[in-house]
Design a protein around this ligand. Structure first.
Ligand code: PLP
Length: 392
């Protein structure tokens, strides 16, 4: 074998999202793309807001010498300043550009954060269901990924998290609004988590970081509020991305915002600058950094996702599917009517519907539907959901 054994194993177990993507490509070739209802990927179907392209063109046309040159590994100072100003305003906590690192999306940001804090054998805990890539990211940096099942409504089970913390725990990763469940963690439960981490860090005499992965912070419905964790737990790190809220996942842009209250924030900043470099990102893309600096707070039209959510949820509910209505992000995570989620998702494939089994997110017995798709996809898929439900 010419590739590493480890990667070989990863490839054979390849993620369910990828598997469904490949399944979908085959179905589309056979039946035509409009006859396949693909809910498998969190690839936003809305176009970026028009101002994104306007600013992009403006910046290209006013290009100065060195516009495409290397820069500090943490990103342009003026861009980090614009991000810091925006978060300070939103969170009511003063953050400076010296706490901001521009990254290649949230994926890049999480890898940079983990690289900066993990020693081999350190443990990272995440509540399940969880974003499937976390396990790979933790492994990338020699860590051990440990998952903890959440309450039945997918809220945090603090007791379970407590019993999973050991003297090797280095971080807890949370994601709210959550992929795959659409659940949002309340301020009370986050405060409980903060209290637990504070107590355990003191007892174990090591800092346990709280990494809050927040690519869906701005995609929320029904006046849902996402608390900022800086006031809740000092040793916290926010990872944000513009992939979802302005629909630019291919541009690879996001940032890390270290809590200004973190004990070792300067060390963290320097370690992350170095990690960004040696992981091969070097820096986040120059042009798009400059664009996002100009459009802080801008999003796609979130009411479009709310409409899609309501359409899909109404259809699923009328056919007897059981699920919590997502408060944020663009996923719904219903229970399968049979325990075997893989068999159930196969049943959906027979109706040309692509979903991802809950097993891929550490939650067998469920399936995930990404509703960042066209209205026609939802409307045309609904009868298929009904037939599969009747069959089981
Ligand atoms: N974290 C979560 C929870 C996600 O759902 C995703 C993408 O789907 C990412 C991180 C990675 O996003 P990015 O495109 O910003 O790397």
């Amino acid at each position: 074998m010419t590739i590493s054994r480890k990667i070989g194993i990863m490839l054979t177990r390849s993620s369910w999202i990828r598997k469904m993507f490949e399944e979908g490509a085959k179905l589309k070739a056979k039946y035509g793309a409009d006859k396949v209802y693909d809910f498998s990927l969190g690839n936003p179907n809305l176009e970026p807001p028009p101002i994104f392209k306007e600013k992009l063109l403006e910046i290209i046309n006013s290009s100065q010498p060195n516009s495409h040159a290397y820069m500090p590994n943490v990103g342009y100072p003026h861009v980090r300043k614009a991000v810091a100003n925006y978060i300070s305003k939103e969170s009511k906590v003063d953050i400076s550009e010296n706490e901001i690192i521009m990254t290649c999306g949230a994926a890049g940001g999480i890898n940079v954060a983990l690289k900066a804090i993990l020693d081999p054998g350190d443990e990272v805990i995440s509540p399940a269901p969880y974003f499937a890539e976390y396990g790979f990211y933790v492994d990338n940096h020699g860590g051990l990924f440990k998952t903890v099942f959440s309450n039945p409504d997918f809220t945090l089970d603090i007791d379970r998290i407590e019993s999973t913390i050991t003297e090797k725990t280095k971080a807890v990763i949370i994601n709210s609004p959550n992929n795959p469940t659409g659940q949002v963690y309340s301020e009370e439960s986050l405060s409980e988590l903060g209290g637990l981490l504070r107590e355990k860090s003191a007892k174990l005499n090591r800092t346990i970081y709280l990494i809050s992965d927040e690519p869906y912070r701005k995609i929320v419905y029904d006046d849902t509020k996402i608390p900022y964790i800086y006031d809740i737990y000092e040793d916290s790190i926010i990872v944000h991305s513009y992939s979802k809220d302005i629909s630019i996942p291919g541009e690879r842009i996001g940032f890390i915002a270290i809590s200004p209250k973190a004990q070792y924030k300067d060390d963290l900043f320097n370690a992350m600058a170095h990690a960004n470099r040696i992981l091969g990102f070097v820096n986040a893309p120059a042009l798009i950094q400059k664009v996002v600096a100009e459009i802080q707070g801008i999003t796609v039209d979130i009411s479009e996702y709310k409409r899609k959510r309501d359409m899909l949820c109404e259809g699923l509910r009328s056919y007897g599917y059981n699920f919590i209505v997502p408060k944020g992000a663009f996923y719904v995570f219903p229970e399968c009517p049979i325990p075997d989620d893989i068999r159930f998702v196969q049943g959906l494939v027979e109706e040309n519907i692509l979903a991802v089994p809950g097993s891929g997110f550490g939650a067998p017995g469920y399936f995930r539907l990404a509703f960042c798709v066209s209205d026609e996809t939802i409307i045309n898929a609904i009868p298929g959901f009904n037939r599969v439900m009747e069959r089981y």
